[in-house]
Design a protein around this ligand. Structure first.
Ligand code: AHM
Ligand code: MG
Length: 329
C-alpha cells in the first residue's frame, strides 16, 4: 500500500517547486481533512449540523460545519508556516497568516472552499473541500501581501485538489502531472493511493445540471439538454445525474464519464459557482484528467479574476462532450 507521503516523494522529479513545501502543504491539508472527516461522519450525533444562523458574503446560509471546516484549515495552515495568505468562501477578505509579510519559505497562497455543498450535510449526501494553491510572487523587494496575489489566473496554480467526504473519504489532487486519488483508512488515519492517473473514460453518457432551472437557461443550453434527451450513445440513452454537490457530481463524472454544467441563469446572471476556489481548481483537475473546462466561451484557467468571490458559468467534462455543448451555445 502506497501512502500519499511516499507517492509525493517518489514523484518529486515531476514537481518543479520545493518538495519540502509540498509535503508541508499536504501535512496541513491531510490533518484538516481528517478532522473534518471525523466531524462529518458523526454529524447526526453532535450539535454540529444545521444552520449557524449567519449568512456569508454571498448572502447564503452558513452551516455550523462550514465554520468548523474553515477554522480547521486556517489553523492547520498557520501551524505549518508554509502559507502566507488564505482566501476562503467563508471570509469576505483574505486572511494573512502569522505575519504581515511573506518570506521565502512561507510563500504560498491558498484559496479554499472549506466545505462545499454544505446544505447537503443534514441529509447524508457527499460534500467536499476544494483547494487551490499558488506561489506568491515577490514584487521588487517587497513581500507585502495584496489582493492581487489572490487574483491570479487559474493556469498559474501549482497544486489543486478536493477531498470528498462520501462513502469513503478520498483526496484527489494534481500538480500538473496527472490526477491521483488517495482513500483515507480511518482506522489508522492514513491516505493510501487508490486511484492513480485518473482520466475521463472514453465512454461518456452522464450529464449533470439542475433541471429545475430549465426555464432560466439560455436557448443553447436548453437545446443541449434536448439533445441529451433524444440522443443515444452506443444504443444507450444519456443518463441525468445531479446531486447538487459539486465535488460529488464532478468526482462521479470524472470516474464514470460525464459533463457537469452550471450555466448562467436569470437568477444567477454570472453563474452560481465561484471562480477562484470552486471552478479554477476543478478546471485544473479536469484538464489534467484529459477534459475541458469553459465558462461557455472561454477556458476557465485563462479568466483574469477581478474579485475574490466572483462567480462564473461553469462547464467541465470530457472534451467530446464539452465540445458538443459548445456547438449548441
Ligand atoms: P455552496 O458553495 O454554497 O455549497 O454552493 C455550491 C453548490 C455546489 O456544490 C453545487 O454544485 C451547487 O451549489 C448546487 O446549486 P443548485 O442547488 O442551485 O443546483
Ligand atoms: Mg461552495
Amino acid at each position: 500500500m502506497y501512502t500519499l507521503g511516499e507517492f509525493i516523494i517518489d514523484n518529486k522529479k515531476y514537481f518543479s517547486h520545493s518538495i519540502e513545501s509540498l509535503l508541508r502543504l499536504f501535512s496541513a491539508i491531510k490533518l484538516a481533512a481528517k478532522a473534518i472527516h471525523k466531524e462529518v461522519n458523526k454529524a447526526g450525533l453532535t450539535k454540529n449540523i444545521g444552520s449557524s444562523g449567519k449568512t456569508n458574503i454571498q448572502g447564503e446560509k452558513q452551516q455550523k460545519l462550514d465554520f468548523f471546516a474553515h477554522n480547521i484549515f486556517i489553523n492547520s495552515f498557520r501551524n505549518r508556516d508554509v502559507v502566507c495568505g488564505i482566501a476562503s468562501e467563508e471570509s469576505k477578505n483574505f486572511i494573512i497568516l502569522n505575519k504581515k509579510e511573506c518570506t521565502s519559505d512561507n510563500k504560498y497562497i491558498v484559496l479554499i472552499d472549506p466545505l462545499d455543498g454544505s446544505s447537503n450535510i443534514d441529509v447524508n449526501v457527499p460534500i467536499g473541500t476544494i483547494f487551490s494553491v499558488y506561489k506568491y510572487k515577490k514584487k521588487y523587494n517587497n513581500y507585502h501581501l495584496t489582493i492581487n496575489d489572490f487574483l491570479q489566473k487559474g493556469y498559474k496554480q501549482i497544486l489543486a485538489g478536493y477531498i470528498i467526504y462520501g462513502s469513503s473519504t478520498i483526496l484527489v489532487y494534481t500538480t500538473g502531472n496527472g490526477v491521483h486519488g488517495f482513500t483515507l483508512d480511518p482506522s489508522i488515519g492514513t491516505f493510501y493511493l487508490s486511484h492513480p492517473n485518473i482520466v475521463f473514460p472514453n465512454e461518456n453518457k452522464i450529464y449533470s445540471i439542475n433541471d429545475g432551472n430549465y426555464v432560466k437557461f439560455s436557448n443553447g443550453i436548453k437545446k443541449y439538454i434536448k439533445y441529451c434527451h433524444k440522443e443515444k450513445k452506443n444504443g444507450m440513452p444519456y443518463t441525468a445525474r445531479y446531486i447538487g454537490s459539486l465535488v460529488g457530481d464532478f468526482h462521479r463524472n470524472m470516474i464514470k464519464g460525464g459533463i457537469y454544467i452550471y450555466p448562467n441563469t436569470s437568477l444567477y446572471p454570472m453563474g452560481k459557482l465561484r471562480l477562484l476556489y470552486e471552478c479554477n481548481p476543478i478546471a485544473f483537475i479536469t484538464e489534467q484528467a484529459g477534459g475541458k473546462a469553459i465558462d461557455g466561451h472561454k477556458r476557465i484557467l485563462e479568466i483574469k479574476p477581478i474579485d475574490l468571490h466572483q462567480r462564473t458559468p461553469f462547464i467541465c467534462g470530457p472534451k467530446n462532450m464539452v465540445s458538443k455543448l459548445e456547438e449548441f451555445i
